[in-house]
Design a protein around this ligand. Structure first.
Ligand code: FES
Length: 343
């Protein structure tokens, strides 16, 4: 007989190779006793079947157990019930497939010892044919075709196995869809100091100052948006400089997005999203503490140093009828890191 690498193999009998004598070969009970073989087959099928049940249990637990349920587990302490059950069911599903495969190989697959004599590697046509023939023989000997219950339960277990991986994708949250392109800034949104919520008038900002700000009624808007991303995306900084110091803005020709030298920019670095509020008033530069990207706020927020690939988005501002600073509109481009930037 020859294997698929051109190696001559032969079924070894005790003492048939004097240089490398093999220990006596003991036949397994499943080779000689059909009842034992049947029992082993049922054990393997039970393990694959239990694995499938564990996978189903994982999905049920994921849907049914609230994440705010905790239990006390002796010395381990308080644990989240859903995590515990998900871990156990997923772990058991993997374990039982592994144990079933081991049991199948040890008890039911062909139990022959062979000697292989090594030759240079190569795959002539006849060896490939021989390999294919051997594969067919192995398939027949493994019982994969004839032991239907084992085959079906294994296929069932393996088919269900990827489901938990798909289900947990839900934890990544809703698809962003269009939300990456917009923030909660609207035409007329009043600009308030970030921490105190105090609405700002132009006279509150002296030349050279920087203020972290956000839209008024942020909490109410955030409730509507339903998550913290709205707050993060809407964070801005306001700086004031002499109007004559402004070299350029991001506004189209003929429009101004500042108000008497007060400029508003996103607070989220366009590199990988750190919040920025380090301002060098003489150079009008904004410095990101994470990787030192530096932006020239007097020149449309353009990058003058560091790894950021995109300028800081500018928020168009003006004042309302009561003299408070307000947004003219939402940002005209996405805020935040540019790795998801549109082509
Ligand atoms: S996050 Fe700002 S430079 Fe990297």
């Amino acid at each position: 007989m020859s294997d698929n690498h051109g190696t001559d193999v032969s079924v070894a009998e005790h003492g048939d190779t004097p240089e490398f004598p093999l220990p006596p070969h003991h036949h397994r009970i499943t080779d000689t006793d059909p009842k034992a073989a049947k029992r082993a087959e049922r054990q393997v099928a039970a393990m694959f079947g239990l694995s499938a049940l564990c996978t189903i249990g994982f999905v049920v637990a994921y849907v049914a157990i609230p994440t705010d349920t905790f239990i006390a587990l002796g010395p381990i302490g308080i644990v989240q019930l859903s995590n515990l059950v998900l871990g156990l069911t997923f772990g058991l599903a993997i374990l039982l497939i592994g144990l079933g495969a081991i049991q199948w190989a040890k008890k039911l697959m062909a139990d022959e010892e062979i000697i292989g004599e090594r030759h240079p590697l190569g795959s002539p046509k006849e060896d490939q044919d021989a390999a294919l023939a051997e594969f067919q023989t192995g398939l027949a000997e493994s019982g994969f075709v004839e032991r239907k219950i084992v085959r079906r339960t294994l296929i069932g277990a393996l088919a269900l196995f990827p489901i938990p991986l798909i289900v947990v994708l839900k934890d990544m949250g809703p698809l962003p869809v269009d939300s990456l392109n917009h923030t909660i800034w609207r035409k007329g949104s009043r600009i308030v100091v970030d921490v105190t919520g105090k609405p700002l008038r132009p006279e509150d900002l002296a030349i050279g100052t920087l203020v972290s700000a956000s839209p008024e009624d942020l909490d109410k808007i955030q409730e509507l948006e339903g998550n913290q991303n709205a707050r993060a995306k809407a964070s801005i900084i306001l700086v004031r400089m002499r109007p004559s110091d402004i070299k350029s803005q991001q506004s189209p020709e003929g429009q101004t997005w500042d108000y008497q030298g007060i400029l508003a920019f996103s607070k989220i670095c366009t590199h990988v999203g750190c919040p920025i509020a380090l301002y060098q008033q003489r150079q009008h530069s904004l410095l990101c503490p994470c990787h030192q990207s530096t932006f020239d706020l007097a020149d449309g927020g353009k990058v003058i140093f560091g790894p950021a690939a995109r300028h800081m988005p500018q928020l168009p501002i003006t004042i309302d009828s009561e003299g408070y600073l307000v947004a003219q509109s939402d940002f005209q481009e996405p805020v935040g890191p540019s790795f998801w930037e549109r082509g």
